[in-house]
Design a protein around this ligand. Sequence first.
Ligand SMILES: [Zn+2]
Length: 330
Amino acid sequence: MEMWIRFWPFLAVFSIMVTWEFISPRRILAQSRQERWPTNLGLTLLNVVLVWALVGAVAYMAATFAAKQQIGLLHWLSAPLWFAVPVTILVLDFALYIQHRLFHAFPLMWRVHQVHHADLGFDATTGLRFHPIEVFLSLSYKAVVIIALGAPAWAAVAFEIILNATSVFNHSNVSLPERLDRRLRWFLVTPDMHRIHHSTRAVETNANFGFSIPWWDRLCGTYRAEPALGQLGLEIGLSYYRDSFHLGQLLLLPFQARIPLEKTWKEISPLQLSEMLVEEAPPYVLDVREPDEFTGELGHIEGAHLIPVSDLDKRMNELAPCRSQTVVLV
Ligand SMILES: [Zn+2]
């Protein structure tokens, strides 16, 4: 029954947000709905069927188990409902903030979570696009928190409904007046706030982890108000995956995932670079030195792309060809 109780509010919010996206979109989608929706909605359907068939109403079952056994903090404190319900919502939301940061921090978990981030678009369906492994890990983690907390069953179910609704809302491609967005951001994660988390720039991906309540980001120092290139210029997705995936490829992505660029760099000597340059497929050499710095062993490098560091922000578009190549930074 819990699944049905969750389904109708979800369907209502999803329909409202999709209609809103059609009427008043925030950005032009980099990829059409026809290209992305079969994958995102296919993955959502698969998750719903798997959860339904394999585990059922986990949040509800965990909470009723804790109540029967009289375990968990709120049961031990004999907390009244008016206290237990808001505490449950707050604690679960903070627990999910921590979970989201863990999915970004540990390479194995990131392999799974990048399925969500590899979407080249950002709309209501992105908020549903999670690998089944992430869904099951998250369900187990929430069940442990619910039992440890001794959360009331219907508060746990209410949290799931809120989470579904806010995830669809804060991933949606809707245009909100800027002043309203700023005010909403004090108590709700807005689409403009969460879109920054889907930027290809690592410093922006590592910000705005919250799903419903924005306070955790502000308290833990991960809040970012605006992206460097602005809401309309921000590039969505992952810099190392610029192709779209169909459902089968997405399911396999965690097992063949490329490791983020920032985790694969290594230092090479000028001699190693000269050897690499005469190979059949030379690397993309990005020379960020100013012209008056061409001294020492390297001097000017033949064929290097010279974009001095002072010009980098203006000439980012020239870096597009290096996406598919090994990059040597000088
Ligand atoms: Zn994330």
